[in-house]
Design a protein around this ligand. Structure first.
Ligand code: HEC
Length: 459
């Protein structure tokens, strides 16, 4: 039997799996970047506490560590597996593609992650109980292990955008996939921002310190690290923008920067002013203010960052060979993978998809709406919500509420069929399937069902 290796479509009304992923992802990024950054601040502070013999600084390190433990590790470790669950249902073939490339990279990441989790407990509980030198070794290994998890994941994430060169498609080698064009720029951006996040959390913890001298010394120590980290992140981000593929640049200029640029500049300005202010007036670092700035950066900064990274990848979900709607876009000889777009154009999704009910395999007057609904879910819903007014690029709204099925079908027969939009997959379907989707969308927009039936009957 001729089938595609597709999985059932998991549809979340209105926001789609894309936003579910986005929401979990943002919480995870905030927690994980904070904890990786904090592991270095932790190590630097402790090194200084021992070197200058400042026991009260060690007390702070301990508080900061406990806060970290509760805040970032618990949240990070809950949302990490959450991402796995979400992506597995949202994009099973995307996940499969990544696993077939990076299984050993993930295995290595798990080793570092285990070191990290055990490390954070060990170092909080052993602080002051073992000699300084051994404890410092523990702290620095913990920091390096934390950063190693970030480094490995960044290799995978940046491959998702694109390998950046043709080698990988021919060799299929993990090295070619991992050291892709934007790996270093991406790693640098995240490394810089993790210091900013960790500094902001450090200031929150510092603001709770009663002893003014301690508070002053900690704030003055942390603020410059945050400033340098922020500057580095911005520079690396500008470098990152130079490493993007054409489809990402189109998406960035037409749909993303107009919406998010102002917020990103605001985050940079607010964070910079806040850190300068903290350095200048350490005694005025109030908890409420510190929390407010942290939340501002997390929400106005990290959400657009994650959303942009996900959106820029469109139409692909991974490596510029798997489309967001799970269809394989091109041949990848290095992995023995062949493109599916033309096969679908020839035989249709309803015939080739293994999870289509038998009664919908062939479009008829009676099942047209149901088949259209299913087709829209399979072909479009990974990127478009199917309800009017829904936040995730509502498909009925994209057709401006059109109730004329022919008008909608014209778009499917034109730009979509020929892959004319750089941010959309080439979706080339047989006439009957185009017709079904168009009628379904016209119906969602309010075209009366009997009229649709009649129009069809008259054709
Ligand atoms: C891989 C993701 C993806 C899939 C799958 C997808 N689209 Fe899109 N579509 C986009 C993006 C991205 C935009 C740009 C608009 C935005 O971001 O708001 C877009 C825009 C549109 C527009 C507005 C016109 C334009 O070109 O900007 C229409 C109409 C549209 N899509 C129809 C469809 C239909 C119909 C399907 C299914 C048969 C579909 N799309 C599948 C990602 C996708």
């Amino acid at each position: 039997m001729d089938v595609l290796g597709m999985y059932p479509t998991f549809y979340v009304p209105a926001i789609g799996t894309a936003w579910v992923m986005g929401i979990i992802g943002v919480i995870h990024v905030v927690a994980s970047h904070t904890s990786v950054g904090a592991s270095f601040l932790f190590a630097l502070l402790e090194t200084r506490a021992y070197r200058d013999n400042q026991p009260q600084l060690l007390e702070f390190v301990k508080k900061y560590g406990l806060f970290l433990l509760v805040f970032s590790y618990v949240i990070g470790s809950i949302t990490g597996p959450g991402i796995w669950y979400a992506i597995t249902v949202a994009s099973p073939r995307g996940v499969s593609g990544l696993i077939h490339n990076f299984v050993w990279v993930w295995a290595a990441e798990w080793v570092f992650f285990t070191v990290e989790v055990i490390g954070v407990y060990a170092l909080v509980y052993l602080l002051g109980k073992i000699d300084a030198k051994s404890h410092l070794k523990l702290t620095w290994s913990f920091a390096l292990a934390s950063w190693a998890t970030m480094l490995l994941i960044v290799g995978i994430l940046s491959f998702m955008l694109w390998p950046g060169h043709d080698d990988w498609y021919l060799t299929g080698s993990t090295n070619d996939a991992f050291y892709n064009l934007n790996f270093f720029a991406h790693l640098g951006t995240r490394t810089g921002s993790m210091f900013v996040m960790a500094t902001l959390v450090g200031l929150m913890v510092a603001s709770r310190q009663k002893d003014p001298a301690l508070r002053r010394s900690v704030v003055r120590f942390l603020a410059p690290i945050g400033l340098v980290g922020g500057l580095f992140a911005v520079m690396m981000f500008l470098y990152y923008l130079q490493t993007l593929p054409g489809n990402a640049i189109v998406m960035l200029n037409t749909h993303l920067l107009p919406v998010y640029a102002r917020g990103m500049v605001a985050v940079f300005v607010v964070a910079t002013l806040w850190l300068l202010f903290a350095f200048w007036q350490p005694q005025r670092v109030y908890t409420a203010l510190a929390v407010a700035v942290f939340l501002f950066v997390a929400i106005v900064g990290v959400w657009p960052e994650e959303r942009m990274r996900e959106s820029m990848r469109k139409p692909y979900v991974a490596g510029q060979y798997i489309y967001g709607n799970q269809v394989i876009a091109r041949d990848v000889p290095g992995k023995g993978i062949t493109g599916e777009v033309d096969r679908i154009a020839d035989k249709g999704l309803l015939a080739l998809h293994p999870f289509v009910p038998e009664r919908l395999r062939v479009v008829t007057d009676d099942n047209r709406l149901e088949a259209g609904h299913l087709l829209a879910q399979i072909a479009c819903a990974n990127c478009h919500a199917l309800e009017r007014g829904a936040p995730l690029r509502s498909l009925p709204d994209k057709f401006h509420g059109a109730t004329d099925a022919d008008l909608i079908a014209a778009y499917l027969r034109g730009p979509l069929k020929h892959g004319m939009q750089p941010y959309m997959p080439r979706i080339d379907l047989p006439e009957a399937e185009i017709d079904a989707i168009a009628h379904y969308l016209a119906w969602v927009n309010g075209a009366p069902e009997p009229a649709i039936r009649q129009a069809n009957a008259g054709e």
